[in-house]
Design a protein around this ligand. Structure first.
Ligand SMILES: Cc1ncc(COP(=O)(O)O)c(C=O)c1O
Length: 370
């Protein structure tokens, strides 16, 4: 089976072999803390930051929740910029932790307009924190992180940016763009297994966390616990996932050995290949324009006459390829191919497209019927 979903992806054999090595007790073995620091250093290079980076046990979503739980106080206004499922999820997290979301909403099929973010910040000077999603994976749209970060920086607003499905596949310049909390996941463009949230924290964000201290209403999702344990004592707030971190370390080695510019170019090329292949099959891309597409995920509209469940099952059972539908408002409407990390290679992409084309044809779909 080729897993061609927008995370998890196929995992390179090198990463799988590394995971199979014997483990240690990470709370007792001082060598583990040293190796964790080395992995942090590699992650800093990937995220383009000198800030602290944390590797939390839990999926990408844990990073989003930890950022909101740790930085948003009860009654505090937060600019929640949203044009998709994960942007809407930030609104829910802000409400859950007692904050007041001030939403800038845009259509799902195109990127957020940075001017609308600047205008919303100018209209309400009480806002000190903003949330933003770089790549909206469920709709395949890449949002203008650099421009939105500039609008926040100019106004002294702290930015929490979800780069879960863009990090490693397209540029994310945490420090030079001015992202306070940058969030990644292990199972997207790094092609490590799912299980880790990657979180960079600026000095300004640590300042807020330290001021709030035990008032952060969480334990597992609290950055303050990391301040108390890891930053102060080089101990962990909970037992780290040793094998997942080893896998991440190997995946980071692979990414850094290739070099980020080459990896970005590879994602761009494969994304174009898939987009034109999908068009050739008669499928209609979900993002309104080609330059709206994230180079890490391709989203197309499900043809009305093709039942999604049957298509996905046919692809898996007869053609050995797994692709994905979508979530939230897009559930049942959009099909997605995850050209991320190890999967962003022409051979894998062609195999996924061939399976899609055959399954569509077996279900009676013809090119001019989309
Ligand atoms: C943009 C984005 N943010 C957050 C997440 C949550 O990550 P996870 O599924 O690892 O919890 C995802 C997962 O698809 C995502 O695509």
């Amino acid at each position: 089976m080729l897993i061609y979903t927008p995370g998890p992806t196929e995992v390179p054999p090198r990463v799988l072999r590394r995971m199979a090595r014997p483990i240690t007790n990470p709370d007792l073995d001082p060598a583990f803390a040293k190796s964790y620091e080395l992995t942090q250093g590699k992650l800093r290079r990937l995220m383009k930051t000198k800030n602290d980076v944390l590797i939390m046990s839990g999926e990408g979503l844990l990073g989003l929740e930890a950022a909101v739980a740790s930085l948003v106080a009860r009654g505090q206004k937060v600019l929640t910029v949203t044009n998709g499922v994960f942007g809407d999820g930030f609104v829910d997290f802000v409400k859950m932790y007692g904050g007041i979301p001030v939403a800038v909403r845009g259509p799902y099929d195109r990127p957020v307009d940075p001017e609308s973010v600047a205008a919303a910040l100018d209209a309400d000077r009480e806002i000190e924190v903003a949330t933003f999603v770089h790549c909206e994976t469920p709709s395949g749209v890449l949002n203008p992180l650099r421009e939105v970060a500039a609008a926040c920086r100019k106004r002294g607003v702290m930015l929490i940016a979800d780069a879960v499905s863009s990090l490693g596949g397209t540029p994310v310049e945490t420090d030079s763009w001015g992202v306070d909390v940058c969030l990644g996941g292990s199972q997207k463009c790094l092609s490590a297994p799912p299980g880790l949230a990657l979180v960079s924290v600026s000095e300004r964000a640590w300042g807020v966390v330290r001021r709030r201290g035990p008032r952060v209403p969480a334990y597992y999702a609290s950055l303050w616990q990391w301040e108390e344990w890891w930053n102060k004592k080089r101990l962990f707030p909970y037992t780290p996932s040793v094998s997942d971190i080893a896998a991440l370390d190997e995946a980071l080695d692979i990414a850094l050995e290739e070099g980020l510019p080459r990896a970005f170019e590879r994602h761009r090329r494969v994304s174009k290949l898939i987009l034109s292949g999908c068009r050739g099959m008669g499928l209609v891309p979900y993002p309104k324009r080609d330059d709206y597409h994230s180079p890490t995920v391709t989203a197309v509209r499900r043809p009305a006459q093709v039942p999604e469940a049957r298509l996905l099952r046919l692809m898996e059972e007869r053609h050995g390829v797994m692709i994905a539908g979508s979530w939230g408002k897009l559930s049942g409407k959009v099909l997605r191919l995850g050209n991320m990390g190890y999967n962003a290679r022409p051979r894998q992409a062609r195999r996924a497209m061939l399976a899609l084309e055959r399954a569509l044809s077996e279900l009676g779909f013809r090119e001019n019927e989309a």
